[in-house]
Design a protein around this ligand. Structure first.
Ligand code: S3P
Length: 436
């Protein structure tokens, strides 16, 4: 996956089967809860990406012993809910917003101080969305200027459970509050403006912590313990999304993506693509580690533009770079609204994807909380992914329909969520090579 850039151009029809790596959200949480549990947990299907490994490295420094019996597997010797110890310096979250925001809540409940730092992209991402609600529980966290990282978390501060209606539909914010709630006196309840992914809730329950939850609401009390349990991480729907869109766009394609995580809070893209005319079938539905999984069989189909229902936005929040590319290849206009969160992801995903599509000759009208993408022919050109893994992969997909070569710069961060993407994509049929 190394190399500063890719050169992408149409390959062949996508056929056969692919298996994409483990879910990033689940991998982060599995390390966290296994580290805090009593006993030894085994994690299989762990994402060997830089983000999940950053969380793993942090928990090692906080005292957990973690073994790697094989790639994609971890054996975690939990230290117990009060067993973490202070690290000997700042904890590096790398590119991982999930690590920094969840740890802000978790570390606010410890007896010791901690400092969380991140890479250049993470250092530009807003943290007040977690520090302000956490302060209502009694947490003391200093941010850098403008509410940005680094975070200085003062330990030894008693936390009290509160009921909080969050302003932003964000699983990271909800999870930060629930993790602080593990250490709080009394009950912590989080009510969301729209339901978001519920892995924290499901996994806390699997590790034996009493928790009530339903879409848009979660509630727990402090003072319990976590029991070691084995976790099987499903394949990441957000990684599958690039293959789903590519197989839809490239004529002659028929691709099976194996055992993809189908948590309904993640699969909004399927509803939207089907409404645009996509031919996607879920087969071999099963359950893996408490999560629904299925094979997705995707055949090429022409797409038409639609207005993306705002109700699906939270359930496809990581899939907009891929959707924008699908929209650029659709007939007519696709309108996205209610997605201002895209402005504060690993890059400003409305701005970076719109700029990239324009560089390929597509008309995109931006708004503060979305865009209108006018479908049409794609030419070649040069794309700056701004270090955003999903933007880089989305343009590798776009290039499969371009009339000229697409040079994609700054792709190293693809390794944060999808190590080996370029090789797997080539195997499936993409025209994609590493630029010199
Ligand atoms: C995540 C939540 C989402 C998502 C991110 C992972 C999580 O972020 O975009 O990739 O694991 O909780 P927000 O909470 O900012 O929406």
């Amino acid at each position: 996956m190394s190399g500063a850039g890719w050169l992408a151009s149409p390959g062949r029809a996508l056929r056969g089967e692919v298996v994409v790596p483990g879910d990033k959200s689940v991998s982060h949480r599995a390390i966290m809860f296994a580290s805090l549990a009593d006993g030894v947990s085994r994690i299989d299907g762990f994402l060997e990406g830089e983000d999940a490994r950053a969380t793993e490295a942090i928990f090692r420094r906080l005292g957990a012993r973690i073994e790697t019996p094989a790639a994609g597997s971890r054996v975690v010797h939990g230290v117990g809910i009060d067993g973490l110890r202070a690290a000997d310096g700042p904890l590096d979250c790398g590119n991982a917003g999930t690590a920094m925001r969840l740890l802000a809540g978790l570390l606010a409940g410890q007896s010791f101080d901690s400092i969380l730092v991140g890479d250049a992209s993470l250092s530009k991402r807003p943290m007040r969305r977690v520090t302000l609600p956490l302060s209502r529980m009694g947490a003391r966290i200093d941010t850098g200027e403008g509410g940005l990282p680094p975070l200085r978390i003062h330990g030894g501060t008693p936390l009290t459970g509160v009921e909080i209606a969050t302003e932003i539909a964000s699983a990271q914010v909800k999870s930060a509050l629930l993790l602080a709630g593990l250490y709080a006196r009394g009950r912590t309840t989080v009510i969301e403006p729209q339901p978001t992914r519920d892995y924290t809730e499901r996994m806390l329950a699997a590790f034996g912590w009493p928790i009530d939850f339903a879409p848009g609401r979660a509630s727990l009390e402090g003072g319990h313990r976590l029991r070691a349990t084995d976790v099987r991480v499903p394949a990441d729907f957000s990684s599958a999304a690039f293959f789903i869109v590519a197989a839809t766009l490239v004529p002659g394609s028929e691709l099976r993506i194996k055992r993809v995580g189908m948590n309904p809070r993640r699969t909004g893209l399927l509803h939207v693509l089907r409404a645009m005319g996509a031919d996607i079938h879920a087969e071999a539905a099963d359950e893996q580690g408490g999560e629904p999984v299925a094979d997705l069989v995707v055949r090429h189909a022409p797409l038409r533009g639609i207005e993306v229902p705002v109700a699906h936005v939270a359930d496809m929040i990581d899939e907009f770079p891929a959707l924008f590319v699908a929209a650029a290849c659709a007939e007519g206009a696709t309108v996205v609204r209610g997605a201002s969160e895209l402005r504060v992801k690993e890059s400003d995903r409305i701005g970076t994807v719109a700029a990239g599509l324009r560089a390929l000759g597509v008309r995109v009208d931006e708004t503060a909380d979305g865009a209108t993408i006018h479908g049409g022919a794609l030419g070649g050109g040069r794309i700056d992914s701004h270090g955003d893994h999903r933007v880089a992969m989305a343009f590798a997909v776009a290039a499969q329909r371009a009339s000229g070569e697409v040079a994609i710069d700054d792709v190293a961060n693809v390794a944060t969520s999808f190590p080996g993407f370029d090789a797997l994509a080539r195997e499936a049929g993409f025209g994609l090579r590493i630029a010199g």
